[in-house]
Design a protein around this ligand. Structure first.
Ligand code: ZN
Ligand code: ZN
Ligand code: ZN
Ligand code: ZN
Length: 765
């Protein structure tokens, strides 16, 4: 995803291996500037042809996926009148959904959801009368079926939509995002005067060991916002299809990120505005489409297949340069050359800029600051992120060089150079440059662009920030919403990049569109460094795996968790909790070798590790099968199968094994789809115990489980328990995501709904 496709990587590797050793050495030691010059010569016509071939495949691969969704024909209609077209499109989808639901013989389960979605869509499109009609149909359907067979979640949604409809009818035009009387506590936020987007309770530190880093300048409480930053650049990861499975509604199948989220702002698409020139860019609105076109897409539009083939990092690098503008790019590239020379050292260019000359640094000498000493979320700050030029392997640098040169050659060949270099208004079409596509050389300006792009691609290895969203999983009947974080885009956040890594971080990061918010996840006292986990968290993997993953960042983690596990030889909690137990006496199995022995001396059973690992794999297969049964509506069989898996697991997995928790979670899910709320709650509580043991009682993971439990109790009318669970979930999730988070709002709506319950329910039963 991040890197070019395997075939192109392989080709670059073969080319590298065939190079003259002297040339390899030269390339390995080359500055970015020289690497680009050499790369221009080394990207020969045959490589370009091979790349073009690969691009062709990427372009054709996209089509079948596209067909499964609602877009192709609807998209064409969009171009004329977008709301009518959108509506037609949505109606079509809904009709298909309804037909499909009926053909499966369980319309009752899906129809209300489909109708609710259609009403919501109509509401968003301003078709109030139609929305009202749908809501009326839905209400009568619910009245007919009786309240107990439907979900309280749905009733709540229905009443929310009615409130929204009422609001829209009263003040039709600027659709207010009024949240029906739910008050999010205003967050205390004072921006730092020296670091844009950072809280005033932080300070910027800089030393040789830690580089730039953020430190608490006063005591910080959990949940406090520390950084709020808009991505400098972000690129939607297009090809990843969602972890949603078949058997769900047509709404959800076969969709990729590119179908579901705005290409520019990453908001969820209700009705998309496609680019007129390509099939991969879709936007939430005409405004987003226009803005993207003006800022970068007029250059990127025809390069879609090439950018897909070369990977997201290349795409981010190109977009970064386009957003920064050529003037700024060439200024900083030229400045970096001055830095090279001032050190009079042929390898100086490989040194991070922070250690080079201070020409571009701020008054206080912290790299990336502007002339007034302020660190801004700007291209200058981004340019100063460390490219670690000398630490990447020479082959990797070679691959990146060839790739960015290929992009720039393509820009030149497609007559897009003027668009890249100029600040023309978007209305003016870039003038096609008269240059033969056969000329191998890049213009000096495009060489500068390539050099900046190469820097950015190398920087991304350490500084790419994944933008994740919580995406709905599981059967789409809407009663209990299970959400998991999914990678949506890759971005540069210059301020967020100031945070160093720890496997036991004291912050939590969440995203809304392209904006990131960092919050304290625990108390941080004045003077302590503010730390963020880049991925390998101590709860999720052992120290060896973590260190392996962190090697891509070119450092060895020495956080307290790593030090403890490495130095004192303490066994990681992960390995203790996820251990096997003795098939005979259920005591823990021990040993680091191939043969594991029972820790109970009296028992003395021993088994091979491979045997137990094999059983674990079989078990995971069985669980998968059970889940696929659930998805095709065979809930009873799914339960039988899961219970059997549980029995089996009990004979060789420790009771705290994460998989034990996952099975409980799945059982809860199946019972919830059957409306057996008490059973569901019982299983989910066991899952929560295990999750708490692994991730801690105030972790995001525990928060999500409690959120599910709240929904189950809510649907099961377990009022007082639901209320206390809502409160706990709210407490945990608001620390990680803040009071405006959708899940928090949902919890508050449940609370509000429960307080109105007697009237709501007693009328109907
Ligand atoms: Zn948008
Ligand atoms: Zn396009
Ligand atoms: Zn660590
Ligand atoms: Zn034993």
């Amino acid at each position: 995803m991040a890197l070019p496709v395997a075939e192109w990587r392989g080709r670059a590797a073969r080319l590298w291996a065939a190079l003259d050793p002297a040339l390899r050495e030269r390339l390995a030691a080359a500055s970015l500037h020289d690497a680009v010059r050499l790369g221009c010569d080394l990207l020969r016509t045959e490589e370009e042809a091979a790349l073009a071939q690969l691009c062709h495949r990427a372009a054709t691969d996209k089509k079948p996926e596209a067909a499964s969704w609602y877009r192709e024909q609807g998209n064409r209609e969009f171009k004329r009148g977008r709301y009518q077209a959108a509506l037609r499109l949505y109606s079509k989808v809904c009709l298909e959904d309804i037909a499909r639901a009926e053909s499966h013989g369980y319309p009752d389960r899906l129809l209300p959801k489909v109708l609710l979605r259609k009403a919501e869509c109509l509401l968003c499109l301003g078709r109030l009368q139609d929305a009202q009609d749908i809501l009326r149909v839905l209400e009568s359907k619910i009245a007919l079926d009786g309240v107990m067979t439907t979900h309280l979640t749905r009733l709540k949604k229905l009443s929310q939509l009615k409130v929204k409809l009422g609001e829209k009818e009263r003040c039709p035009e600027p659709a207010q995002e009024a949240r029906g009387g739910i008050q999010g506590e205003p967050e205390i936020w004072e921006e730092n005067s020296r670091i844009s987007g950072a809280s005033s309770s932080l300070g910027l530190g800089f030393d040789a060991e830690r580089g730039r880093h953020l430190v608490a300048s006063q005591d910080i409480v959990p949940g406090q916002s520390l950084v709020k930053e808009e991505a400098f650049v972000s690129v939607l990861c297009p090809g990843e299809s969602l972890p949603l499975q078949d058997g769900d509604t047509a709404w959800d199948t076969g969709a990729t990120n590119a179908d579901l989220y705005c290409h520019r702002c990453l908001r969820q698409l209700l009705a998309s505005v496609p680019c007129q020139g390509c099939s991969y860019a879709k936007y939430c609105s005409q405004d987003c489409a226009d803005m993207a076109w003006q800022q970068y897409h007029r250059t990127e539009c025809s390069l879609g297949a090439l950018l897909l083939t070369l990977g997201v990092f290349c795409h981010v690098a190109l977009r970064t340069v386009l957003l920064a503008g050529f003037a700024e790019v060439s200024r900083l590239v030229a400045w970096s050359h001055r830095g090279d020379k001032s050190l009079q050292n042929p390898e100086a260019s490989c040194k991070p800029l922070s250690e080079a000359a201070d020409a571009g640094a701020g008054s206080r000498g912290v790299p990336g600051c502007d002339s007034s000493g302020r660190y801004q979320s700007s291209y200058q700050a981004l340019f100063h992120l460390l490219p670690h030029t000398e630490q990447h392997s020479p082959e990797h640098k070679f691959l990146c060089t060839l790739s960015v040169v290929a992009v720039c050659k393509q820009l030149q060949a497609a007559g897009l150079e003027a668009a890249v270099l100029s600040q023309e208004s978007p209305q003016q079409q870039p003038k096609p440059k008269t240059c033969e596509s056969t000329s191998d050389g890049l213009s000096p300006e495009l060489k500068t662009v390539a050099e900046a792009m190469l820097r950015h691609v190398l920087q991304l290895q350490c500084n790419a920030q994944a933008i994740t969203v919580m995406q709905e999983l599981g059967p789409g009947d809407g009663a209990v919403v299970d959400k998991k974080p999914v990678r949506l885009a890759t971005a540069f956040f210059p301020v967020l990049s100031l945070l160093n890594h720890s496997c036991c971080p004291n912050t939590s990061v969440s995203f809304s569109g392209t904006a990131a918010t960092v919050r304290a996840s625990q108390p941080i006292s004045s003077g302590q460094e503010v730390l963020h986990c880049y991925g390998p968290h101590w709860c999720r993997m052992r120290v060896a795996e973590r260190q392996q993953l962190l090697s891509q960042y070119f450092f060895e983690c020495r956080c307290p968790a790593c030090l403890e596990e490495l130095e004192s030889g303490v066994k990681s909690v992960v390995s203790i909790r996820n251990s096997f137990c003795c098939p005979k006496c259920q005591a823990q199995m021990q040993g680091e070798e191939d043969i594991l022995c029972c820790s109970n001396e009296a028992c003395a059973t021993s088994t091979s590790r491979d045997h137990l690992s094999g059983r674990l794999q079989d078990l995971q297969q069985q669980i998968k099968k059970a889940l696929s049964l659930l998805r095709v509506g065979k809930a009873d069989q799914a339960i039988k199968m899961l219970l059997k898996c549980q029995m089996d697991a009990g004979t060789f997995l420790s009771p705290e094994h994460l998989l034990m928790g996952e099975m409980e979670d799945h059982l809860a899910q199946v019972y919830a789809t059957l409306g057996k709320w008490q059973e569901a709650a019982r299983h989910l509580k066991k899952s929560i115990e295990i999750v708490e043991m692994h991730h801690g009682p105030s972790s995001v993971e525990t928060g999500h489980e409690l959120f599910k439990l709240a929904q189950i109790l809510f649907n099961g009318f377990a009022v007082s328990e639901a209320l206390s669970t809502i409160q706990r979930a709210e407490g945990i999730l608001s620390v990680h995501f803040g009071p405006q988070n959708a899940q928090i709002q949902e919890l508050q709506e449940m609370k509000a709904c429960l307080s109105e319950l007697p009237r709501n329910i007693l009328q109907r039963t």
